[in-house]
Design a binder for this molecule. Structure first.
Ligand SMILES: [Zn+2]
Length: 665
């Protein structure tokens, strides 16, 4: 005889734990719902639970549940979108049951605190606003109520104000706009946070002489430890050629590393090359390149994986220090309205930094990590088993910290002089003549096909870096292979950046259920485009740079990301998605590729939630979802798009709590 008894949360990690399943007063299992399809969390369950899943399959019979249920379902539970019944055996034994049944089961215990018949008052009620719910109908409502961490009602002032009780905090929005919290679908918080303390040139276009002056200024203002490395970051690499003499003239005593925005090119001075033991005898790594003189001696220029060889020689950073830096970065992100992030490249070390914040109750951000396939370190065959281990190890909290995505780089960057983006047709030279450079292929198609099919079969969201049209096609070909082998997927596979896409590939995103993960902050005629890209690809291809409108019209789901390092300003990205221009009066970049405000807001909220596999709890403001939302100082749906970047976030709420409030004027 199995009994269902509401648990007093014996596993704090599972915030939504509902019942212990007991047999003769012994706990034999647990029943909980999860808004996120999870794999790997089961390993975190207590070892004391029996490993025999037959105990569970008997209680998973819907008929058993029905006959056990005697009372009407709780209203609060009826809001939960999906339930997941977990056995102590692993992911092969996932069973979904209808929420009706779960609701009935949950009412079996008299101690059930969520099954109360009358609705208690809300903790927080927002009235008189323009609340853009981003629900499937894109409804705009006046009012919203939150209890605990959950939205309990949205609607008119009249219907929602019923939930105001004596202790309810009420906010009069006075017509202000409310949006779901911004979800950044491609960003590098833990990796980039230490940059806050480095010499940061903010991607400004710069000559070698200016670089020397800016670095000298940094050294004067904050020279740091004279024995440690000197690091310059966010350097605009477009057209910047630095000799070893240039580098040593900036800094000769200490090892120095200069890293470009986007981190695909870097420069090391002689001291750094020496520290990393890089000599003429050092071979280029797979997926990387050392600049060399005619004698093969490295000249300090590093591309892609050659950078890692040098950074590995740097002293190991301190987790506490990095966590403090990340805390500062997240504080700044919350002030720009971000409440969830998809880290587009994690390893153990970066997950440790997130976990340090989590363990010290400072992780006020939902974080999903994407485990990076580093082809220089891991053979393709070994990657997916490793990623499965990684996912298990870092299944810390289904709502706040997990790593159930993988990241694969298929090329580098398109800009001159790096030109490591994989193109279908060759790059042009400065005179517009075809060269013989099409950019490298980071992975053979066959290897990629198998890698992706294997990762898909294991349930990972696959997140591909593809800049050039050949890399995009290669990714789509591999997804097509995977669909053929594995059938349709709900893994939310995605290709990020998509700087150049061949028109023949636009419809394939929808057909293959691949999300277009776009960073549209870059869709403007800046130096990167005007000097670094347009002359080398020619006008025919250029029309399909950041082809947001073409992708949208072909039915692709568009998710938005900022790709910080450089900037985490989603409002700037929204503005550029619409204007395709650096500012008022400036020539736009192929304005026919512009998308509308509704499209780009959805990209940074509900679509990004879908890309993170967390749309059941975030991304829109609907009863039953978590209270992640932001208050804005202006109506971005009504104003001149050129003013969107100036938008101020007045307050940010996460899980129903205020985690940022602008200082009152
Ligand atoms: Zn990135």
């Amino acid at each position: 005889m199995l009994n269902f008894r509401l648990a007093r949360d014996p596993f704090p990690k599972f915030q939504a734990l509902l019942c212990n399943i007991t047999s003769h007063s012994k706990v034999v299992g647990v029943l909980y719902w999860s808004p996120i399809p999870l794999q790997g969390v089961y390993s975190a369950m207590p070892a004391s639970l029996p490993k025999n899943h037959s105990t569970f399959s008997c209680c998973l019979q819907e008929s058993n549940l029905r006959s056990a249920a005697g009372r009407k379902p709780s209203r609060a539970l009826a809001l939960l979108p999906v339930v997941l019944l977990a056995a102590t055996t692993l992911s092969t034994q996932q069973h979904r049951i209808q929420l009706d049944d779960l609701a009935k089961v949950a009412t079996l215990s008299d101690a059930d605190p969520v099954a109360s018949a009358a609705d208690p008052p809300a903790d927080l009620v927002l009235l008189h606003g323009k609340i853009h719910t981003e629900d499937p109908k894109r409804n705009v409502v006046q009012a919203m109520a939150v209890r605990g961490n959950t939205i309990i009602a949205v609607g008119t002032d009249q219907t929602v104000s019923i939930l105001v009780g004596p202790h309810t905090r009420t906010i009069d929005l006075r017509g202000q706009v409310v949006l779901p919290g911004i979800i950044d679908a491609h960003i590098h918080p833990a990796r980039s946070a230490p940059d806050l303390d480095k010499c940061n040139l903010h991607g400004d276009s710069i000559s070698a002489t200016e670089l020397r002056a800016r670095a000298a200024k940094c050294l004067k203002e904050n020279s740091g430890d004279a024995k440690s490395w000197f690091e310059v970051v966010q350097v605009d690499a477009v057209g910047l050629l630095l000799t070893l003499d240039d580098l040593d003239s900036i800094q000769s005593d200490r090892p120095m590393l200069i890293v470009s925005s986007g981190s695909h090119r870097a420069w090391a001075n002689s001291a750094a090359l020496k520290a990393a033991d890089v000599t003429a005898a050092t071979k280029d790594p797979i997926g990387g390149h050392f600049g060399r003189d005619t004698n093969g001696i490295p000249t300090g220029t590093l591309d892609d994986n050659a950078i890692d060889i040098v950074t590995k020689a740097m002293p190991k950073p301190d987790v506490d220090l990095n966590a403090a830096q990340l805390d500062r970065a997240f504080t700044a992100m919350r002030a720009r309205g971000i409440t969830s992030v998809q880290d587009a490249g994690v390893d153990d070390r970066l997950m440790q930094v997130y976990k340090r914040l989590y363990d010290t109750h400072r992780l006020n951000m939902r974080v999903r990590g994407s485990y990076v396939f580093d082809k220089a370190v891991i053979p393709a065959k070994a990657f997916v088993p490793q990623a499965i281990e990684f996912r298990k190890k870092w299944a810390i909290d289904p709502y706040f910290l997990r790593a159930d995505a993988v990241k694969i780089f298929l090329d580098g960057v398109i800009e001159y002089p790096t030109q490591t983006a994989a193109l279908l047709d060759p790059y042009l030279d400065a005179a517009g003549r075809p060269t013989d450079n099409r950019g490298p292929s980071y992975l053979p198609q066959d290897t990629l096909n198998h890698l992706i099919a294997e990762a898909d079969a294991a349930g990972f969201t696959i997140h591909i870096h593809a800049i050039g049209d050949r890399a995009v096609r290669s990714a789509l070909d591999a997804f097509a292979y995977s669909r053929k082998v594995n059938g349709p997927s709900d893994n939310r596979d995605q290709i990020a950046h998509l700087e150049l896409v061949d028109p023949a590939d636009f419809p394939r995103f929808k057909a293959l259920a691949v999300i277009a993960n776009l960073q549209l902050d870059w869709a403007e005629r800046d130096d990167w485009i005007v000097k670094g890209t347009l002359p080398y690809i020619g006008p025919d291809r250029a029309r399909y740079l950041y082809p947001a409108r073409s992708l949208r019209n072909a039915g692709a789901l568009i998710a938005g990301g900022t790709d910080w390092g450089y900037s985490f300003d989603a409002f700037a990205a929204m503005e550029h998605a619409i204007t395709r221009s650096e500012g008022r009066g400036k020539e736009p970049l192929f304005p026919e590729q512009s998308i509308g405000i509704e499209d780009i807001v959805a990209a940074h909220t509900i679509n990004a939630a879908y890309a993170l596999k967390q749309e059941r709890i975030t991304g829109s403001l609907e009863a039953g979802k978590r209270g992640d939302f932001i208050l804005l100082d202006r109506d971005i749906f009504a104003i001149d798009p050129f003013d969107i970047h100036d938008t101020k976030v007045l307050a940010t709420y996460l899980d129903g709590r205020e985690v940022y409030a602008a200082a009152a004027k």
